[in-house]
Design a protein around this ligand. Structure first.
Ligand code: SF4
Ligand code: SF4
Length: 70
């Protein structure tokens, strides 16, 4: 089930460049650039949360955009 009220967020300082999220993303949304994960095409993201689930460093996640204003 997709979650429409969340955004894909990256905390680059926590990313150690292991590529796990890139490999597990079913839609090829993510790429590596300079050893850090980057969003290649956010339009393809189905917000499945697999990247968040697989990242060992909590560097990528789906964050709510209602209660989290930055
Ligand atoms: S939420 Fe799913 S589709 Fe979106 S980047 Fe993460 S793994 Fe890929
Ligand atoms: S799984 Fe986490 S630490 Fe590994 S590349 Fe992706 S965001 Fe970075």
């Amino acid at each position: 089930m997709s979650r429409n009220n969340v955004d894909l967020r990256i905390k680059e300082e926590l990313c150690k460049g292991c590529r796990i999220c890139v490999e597990f993303c079913p839609k090829k949304v993510l790429i590596m650039k300079n050893e850090k994960v980057k969003i290649d095409d956010i339009e393809k993201c189905i917000k499945c949360g697999l990247c968040e689930l697989r990242c060992p460093d909590y560097a990528i996640y789906l964050g709510g955009n209602d209660n989290e204003k930055q």
